[in-house]
Design a protein around this ligand. Structure first.
Ligand code: AMP
Length: 415
């Protein structure tokens, strides 16, 4: 199927060709005609599915149609959870807009940087605004932007917007929008709060879910390697060097761990690693990302907070040094690799302490992955995995149930 068959105007079909997209992904094929027809859309979509272009293309076409009557009044608003995603989505829109025969102005606004340049940028108006909710509210309070003419709202990574605590800001932004508008809702996961938000926003939406077996779904090879927790850095170094990996994203549990692991990997001149997390200033984060994109770093050690907003094409390897807290986070993390058809590798380290937790992730994801061992890094604590009697995990405190069971057993034995 071609992009023009979806109803896109020739200028936009040419724009996607320029981006190197030869055929629409599953979500693009489903969403673009519906958005062009004016329908609300509720999409279950991960990063890597092509969701950004799925809303950017029809959104620009809509703006283009009204450009003559409402020049530079904000007609499309895209709300995103992070600065990185704002920059990424703004970049895609700007790239596409450049190829159009009428000027369409796109502004990306986000917190953590000075508000003044953003106010200046909005001075002559804008057709499309991509924003994080907090900064958008600041701009509204400064009368730097008006949302009175918005006819299309996009919520991108809605689950993440709520995760990051933007519920109140979101409600305030929604209150500033015209009631009659088209709503496009994209989320990777649908916990109850997201379902409630979607129900309140959408009218008879087209539901689009990108199925796992879709050809557009990225090919990700998932591997699990057993290793004693204290030897993970050594194993990581070994894998990076023997695999000749040059672009690796490593997930750890805390900002402190990110700094520590990066420092340890960096110890000699063989691997160039740096940390990337919410504790760094916006300027430092932007600089690190630029440097990583320029291949100055081989390894970026990061936390979940920033995991979803980063778009780095050709991220061949993702490593779960510390396991994610939830199965949803696991999906997000490994979604950083194998983007849009490229093949990716996702490796998770499990130790005696984390094996039980990984089994839960597998259960939620309906997965059963082989446990691998690497010569020289065999698990010495393996024998201790199953504590006798309670099926628990060595090193873990007994749960309330374990204690009750033990008490019942003692009582039965002494009876
Ligand atoms: P997204 O899911 O929007 O974050 O997109 C993930 C990646 O897929 C981005 O790097 C896009 O440039 C790329 N992409 C999006 N649509 C297509 C397509 N139809 N063909 C090839 N690559 C695409």
């Amino acid at each position: 199927m071609s992009f023009s068959a979806l109803g896109l105007v020739p200028a936009l079909s040419r724009a996607v060709a320029k981006l190197g997209f030869s055929a629409p992904t599953a979500i693009q094929a489903a969403a673009i005609p519906a958005v062009l027809a004016g329908r609300d859309v509720l999409a279950t979509a991960q990063t890597g599915s092509g969701k950004t272009a799925a809303f950017c293309l029809p959104l620009l076409q809509g703006v283009l149609a009204g450009a003559a009557t409402l020049p530079h009044r904000v007609r499309a608003l895209v709300l995103v959870p992070t600065r990185e995603l704002a920059v990424q989505v703004g970049g895609v829109l700007q790239q596409l807009a450049r190829t159009l025969d009428r000027p369409v102005k796109v502004a990306a606004v986000f917190g953590g940087v000075s508000i003044n340049p953003q106010m200046m940028a909005l001075r002559g108006g804008a057709d499309v605004v991509v924003a994080t909710p907090g900064r958008l509210l600041d701009l509204l309070q400064h009368n730097a932007v008006s949302l009175a003419a918005v006819n299309t709202l996009v919520l991108d990574e809605a689950d993440r917007l709520l995760d990051l605590g933007f519920a109140d800001e979101l409600a305030q932004v929604l209150a500033a929008l015209p009631a009659r508008r088209q709503n496009l809702f994209f989320s990777a996961t649908f916990p109850p709060a997201v379902v409630t938000l979607a129900k309140g926003l959408l009218h008879d939406p087209l539901r689009v879910a990108v199925e796992a077996e879709s050809p557009a779904e990225p090919a990700i090879v998932q591997r699990v390697i057993e290793v004693d927790a204290p030897r993970r850095t050594q194993l990581l170094r070994h894998l990076i060097l023997t695999g000749g990996w040059e672009r690796v994203l490593v997930f750890v549990a805390t900002q402190h761990a990110a700094d520590q692991v990066a420092a340890k990997l960096n110890r000699d001149d063989e691997i160039y690693a740096t940390s990337f997390h919410g504790g760094l200033s916006q300027g430092a984060r932007a600089q690190t990302l630029d440097e990583f994109k320029d291949k100055r770093w081989d390894v970026l050690v990061t936390t979940d907070l920033t995991a979803r907003g980063i778009d780095i094409v050709q991220m061949p390897v993702v490593v779960n040094y510390d396991l994610p807290r939830s199965a949803d986070d696991y999906v997000h993390r490994i979604g950083r690799t194998g983007r849009a058809g490229e093949c990716g590798l996702a490796i998770s380290f499990v130790s005696a302490d984390s094996e039980a937790h990984f089994r839960l992730i597998e259960k939620r994801q309906k997965l059963k992955l082989l446990r691998e061992r690497i010569a020289g890094f065999e698990l010495t604590q393996a024998a201790a995995i199953a504590a006798p009697g309670n099926g628990g995990v060595k090193g873990k405190r007994p749960s309330k149930k374990d204690k009750l069971r033990a008490a019942a057993k003692t009582a039965a034995e002494s009876a």
